[in-house]
Each structure stands twice: as C-alpha cells, then as structure tokens.
Design a protein around this ligand. Structure first.
Ligand SMILES: *Cc1c(COP(=O)(O)O)cnc(C)c1O
Length: 370
C-alpha cells in the first residue's frame, strides 16, 4: 500500500483496512430489506458497544460528517425555552457554541485553557448560580489537543444538578470505555470515520428513549431533525428519511465486525495506547516535546511543539514525511505552534516505529546544521 499511497495519521478520515474498503464495491438499494436490516444491525451493535440496554437507549444514524450529528442533537434536543451550557477547552467545544448561536438557542459557555482540564468544581458552582440551565454539553476527547476531559466527574456534577447531558464522544467512542448508563448520558454523538474505523459519510447518536421521545417538532431544520430521523428508522425497520450513504454504511458494518474480531473496545484501546506511548517515547528521543503532560493525554491524537530551530517550516516537514508514506495533521491549538499525529485507525505499533524512522529522515533542519 505504502508504495503508491500513504498512511493517514490523522483523527479521521483515517487509515482503514482493505477489507472495509472492499465492501464498497457493491451497490445497495435504500429501500430494500437487505440494506435496511444491515442498518438495524448497526443500530443494535452501537448500543451493544456502549453497553446500554435497548429499552432505555436508542441509536439514530444521520447523514453528513460528525458535526452534522452534533448539530442535529443540539438543534433538536434543546427546546426554545431551554438553556444550553457548553464546557469549552478547545475548538470542538467552541463549535457546539457556534451551532447553538446560529439558530438562536440560549447558550453560554464555561471556558477553560486548552491545555487545562475543565474543573468539575467550577462547573458545579456555575450550575448552582445559574439554575435556568437545562442542558450541559461537553467534548469527551478534545481532539484539538488530544486531551481527555474528566468525563466521570463532569457527569456526576451534571447529574446531581439534574441537567440533560450531551457528550461529543466523536473521537473516543469505540476506542475507549465509556460507561454511558452509569454516567446517565442523554445524548452521545460519534461518527463513522473515527475509532470504529469506517469511512466518512454519516454520524450517529445514542439517545435515551424517554428524552428523545419528547423532541417531536422541536428541530430548527428539516434534514437535521433527529426526532424525525429516529421515527423513520423505527417505523420503517431501518429506512432513513432521505438518501443514505449506502456504501459508507456497508463499510461501517464491516468495520464493526472487525472491531469485534480485534477483541472489542478494550483491545482497540490497548493498541491505540501502545501506538501513543511508542510515538511519544520515540519523538522525545528525537528532541520533540508533546504539548500536554502525559496524564492529560488521550491515546487518540498527540500534538507536539514545533522544534525551536528557526528554519523549521511545517509544510516542508509535512511534505518530507508524506514522501516517506505518512500524512500528519496541522495543529489546532490557539496559543502554541504545534503539529499533531493521530494514533487511531488501522495503525499498529510497527507503523509508528516506521513513522519515527521517517521523522528522523525528515528533520532537514538538523541535517542542514551538520
Ligand atoms: C472529528 C470531530 C468532530 C466532527 O468533525 P467533522 O469534521 O464534522 O467530522 C466533532 N467533535 C470532535 C471532538 C471530533 O474529534
């Protein structure tokens, strides 16, 4: 593969297996029962992975990239007299605020430094001082920095204040354990092309049935109406309202089967974790410094500071790495110059070892100094 292409070390779309890609060689009909039963099996697999019961939770698939699913939850789930609080410590938290503002939903944010953990105590105080808040949204793994937010503690605070709890678990679902029932998450959002290792084209929402069932007629958009989408899937045995991304859905079914074969979420977490440790240890040896301390870092994606050498140029480094068969990701942190390396996808520790060799060969600023 690497002879004519490159590995994506990015947080989605990411490197997928050949077997996932091969399933897309067949065409499917969106109203045929073969296809619709595939959709139904995906919906129940997602609940199974989350460890939630089918009586309390349901799953809804939604066309578009992950942001479309986030938007469908926010713009369907928060009523006109609702009041949304978003915990923000990166670009994806900020995006939820923008989604709400765009349609005039009452929204406020509790902003923390990008490199700092959101403080559950501050959240608790904020909720006590602002009893009109009805919904709280947070990003689980903030892909901006790779930080894993303290979701358990945040969940207890949100639950003790009795708020509807929305979690953007886009870059973590399927790649690490998330006790959805214990944390009493009302809406969990993720997408096809992250830790499940499918190809892009749709996202999905796991929702508490009793919560979603109260949202009829509340959406501000026709195509992103999560309730209507759910109703169609439920009453038509897996038929989407509008054209669904059939090839992507078929590939996702294969990706779910491969997740199971790998040994489930635990096994996948272990592989990602090993990738990440291998990466950071190797990069430190080469003189790079990660943005986050190890204890705040998720196994999903790792930002590194630019080297201090004034001749370092990200684009040049990127092109050199690409010529060696690896594509990395630009930084997204606000206050620091960083680049990011993703650890998720069909990527193994041996790939990371090869990446490290490629990084060493691509450090042109060192070579110039010799
Ligand atoms: C990837 C991602 C999204 C969705 O991004 P899209 O580009 O719309 O797929 C949202 N939140 C987080 C935390 C993400 O990592």
């Amino acid at each position: 593969m690497k002879d004519d292409h490159y590995l994506l070390l990015t947080p989605g779309p990411l490197t997928t297996t050949d077997t996932v890609k091969e399933t897309m060689l067949k065409d499917w009909c969106t109203w045929d029962t073969d296809y619709n039963s595939l959709v139904q099996s995906i919906r129940s697999s997602l609940l199974h992975i989350a460890g939630v019961s089918e009586t309390s939770y349901t799953s809804v698939l939604m066309q578009g990239s992950g942001t479309f699913s986030v938007e469908s939850v926010i713009t369907t789930g928060v009523p006109d007299d609702g009041n949304l609080l978003v915990i923000v410590n990166g670009a994806y938290g900020q995006r939820i605020v923008s989604i709400a503002e765009r349609v005039g939903i009452n929204v406020s944010s509790l902003v923390f430094e990008e490199t700092a953990r959101p403080e559950p105590d501050i959240l608790s105080t904020y909720l006590s001082d602002n009893p009109s808040i009805t919904h709280v949204a947070v990003v689980h793994c903030e892909t901006t920095t790779g930080m894993l937010n303290p979701i358990n503690e945040i969940a207890s605070v949100v639950n003790s204040h009795n708020k509807t709890f929305i979690v953007d678990a886009m870059s973590s679902f399927g790649g690490m354990d998330l006790p959805v029932t214990e944390m009493n998450i009302d809406y969990l959002i993720s997408s096809a092309n992250k830790c499940i290792q499918g190809v892009p084209g749709f996202g999905f929402v796991l929702a508490r049935r009793d919560v979603l069932s109260q949202c009829r007629g509340q959406a501000r958009s026709l195509s992103l109406d999560l309730y209507d989408q759910w109703e169609s899937l439920e009453s038509n045995d897996g038929k989407w309202r509008f054209t669904s991304p059939t090839h992507t859905v078929r590939a996702f079914r294969q990706a779910l089967t491969e997740l199971e074969k790998e040994g489930g979420v635990q096994a996948r977490y272990y592989r990602y974790h090993t990738n990440q440790r291998t990466l950071v240890n190797g990069m430190r040896k080469l003189g790079f410094t990660p943005l986050l301390p190890d204890e705040l870092q998720s196994p999903v994606i790792t930002p590194f500071y630019y080297p201090e050498d004034p001749s370092f140029d990200f684009d040049r480094f990127y092109e050199k790495l690409k010529s060696h068969g690896f594509v990395i990701y630009p930084g997204k942190a606000d206050n620091s110059q960083t680049f990011r390396v993703g650890n998720i996808g069909s990527i193994y520790p041996s790939d990371i070892e090869e990446l490290l060799e490629a990084v060493e060969k691509s450090m042109y600023w060192k070579q110039a100094a010799l």
